[in-house]
Design a binder for this molecule. Structure first.
Ligand code: CP3
Length: 347
């Protein structure tokens, strides 16, 4: 008789998301598959980034490799937040060195009508296939699906790429709030369909990346973003933890929790003890400064201890960085971080 394989639902990661007791604090890292790994760079010498995302066997392979190499408690499916913009009607390319480019960006109300929210989930079926391939390879490891949150996606769709000041995005928001809201609604519909498809394919939890939400004032976030986040969270299937993540959101952290998410991600600009005091009802995710990984392991150890102790006794804690692993980060230090979290948090 073979022993039953433990289901991901009993994993420390999902238990922490639900606020249940754990045997150690689970840890995964944003961008745990990426350019800091020689093996990833070797694959990227042969295939372009979009091709990698759209080839399920390869996307699953880099996802699995990161879990095995780093010893993390969860995988995150290899994909990108901008992929959903393609079936909505925008053309997305990734130029070497320049980051993503969205061609013919949204300039006003007329352009919003060019976009559809009612995407056919099959148009992103390659992400579902990659999720299934991961599950065949690592059936006991919880897998996180993800999408961009509507504000961060709107900023790319309007600016045409990355931005520092988000002037075009905010100008549309102030000049034509109806058009901005229509854009956010279409994005939210597409995001919900995309995440539901990922859950049906086997994702155990989903994360909404609102990386640039911290560019907004608390009142603009409340008025122009929060209602859409609530709608997405409430429309997703029950029983699958939802994580929201943003950077620079310390000024309106309570708003992120009000979305109904089970887990709220925090970046390193906020003390974990502060976040824990302010959000007693949700699990927290974070919040080591990714640049700590460039320094000596001793210095990292002090920071890890401080974060773990600030979160001790809280409803739940998923250890992570405050933002993604940066290219050039020593792989040894990333592995040391995962071991440190496990060792220092063992109950
Ligand atoms: O391991 C994982 O975290 C899963 C894979 C993942 C990628 N992008 C792969 C990727 C995830 C979760 C994302 C999310 C994503 N994509 C976000 C939100 C998270 C964040 O970093 O704030 C954003 C804003 C994007 C959009 C995006 N994709 C940008 C701005 C860039 C270029 C900048 C950069 O880091 O190169 C990308 C490209 C990208 N997405 C890479 C990877 C591994 C690098 C591509 C390469 O191989 O050259």
């Amino acid at each position: 008789m073979t022993a039953a394989t433990p289901a991901p639902t009993t994993s420390n990661f999902l238990r922490a998301c639900r606020g249940e007791p754990v045997t150690h604090t689970p840890v995964w890292l944003m961008r745990q598959a990426g350019r800091f790994q020689a093996e990833y760079r070797a694959i990227r010498e042969k295939v372009g980034f979009l091709e990698l995302c759209k080839t399920p066997e390869l996307a699953a392979e880099v996802t699995v490799f990161a879990v095995r190499q780093l010893g993390v408690d969860a995988g995150i499916i290899f994909a990108d937040i901008l992929l959903v913009l393609e079936p909505m009607g925008l053309r997305v390319t990734f130029e070497k060195g320049d980051g993503p480019v969205i061609h013919d960006p949204i300039a006003g109300a007329g352009d919003v009508d060019r976009l559809t929210g009612e995407i056919e989930p099959a148009s992103l079926g390659y992400v579902g296939e990659a999720i299934r391939a991961f599950k065949r390879e690592l059936p006991t490891v919880p897998l996180i699906g993800f999408a961009g949150a509507p504000f961060t996606l709107a900023s790319y769709a309007i600016e045409g790429g990355g931005s520092k000041q988000y002037i075009a995005t905010k100008r549309l928001m102030y000049e034509d709030p109806g058009a901005f809201s229509a854009l956010m609604e279409r994005l939210s519909t597409a995001i919900t369909r995309f995440l539901t498809m990922q859950i049906e394919a086997g994702a155990d939890a989903v994360q909404l990346f609102d990386s640039w939400a911290g560019a907004l004032s608390p009142s603009d976030y409340r008025r122009h973003v929060a209602p859409h986040m609530k709608r997405i969270v409430s429309t997703l299937p029950d029983g699958v933890p939802v994580i929201t993540f943003g950077t620079g959101t310390g000024g309106f952290l309570e708003e992120l929790a009000a979305s109904g998410a089970d887990v709220v991600g925090v970046d390193w600009r906020l003390d974990m003890a502060d976040a824990a005091r302010r959000l007693p009802g949700v699990t927290l995710q974070g919040n080591l400064d990714p640049v700590t990984l460039f320094g000596p392991v001793d210095a990292m150890r002090r920071e890890v201890e401080a974060i773990l102790s600030a979160a001790r006794g809280h409803r739940g804690h998923v250890f992570n960085l405050g933002h993604g692993i940066l290219p050039g980060t020593p792989v040894d230090h990333v592995r040391a971080l995962v071991e440190l979290v496990h060792e220092l948090s063992a109950r």
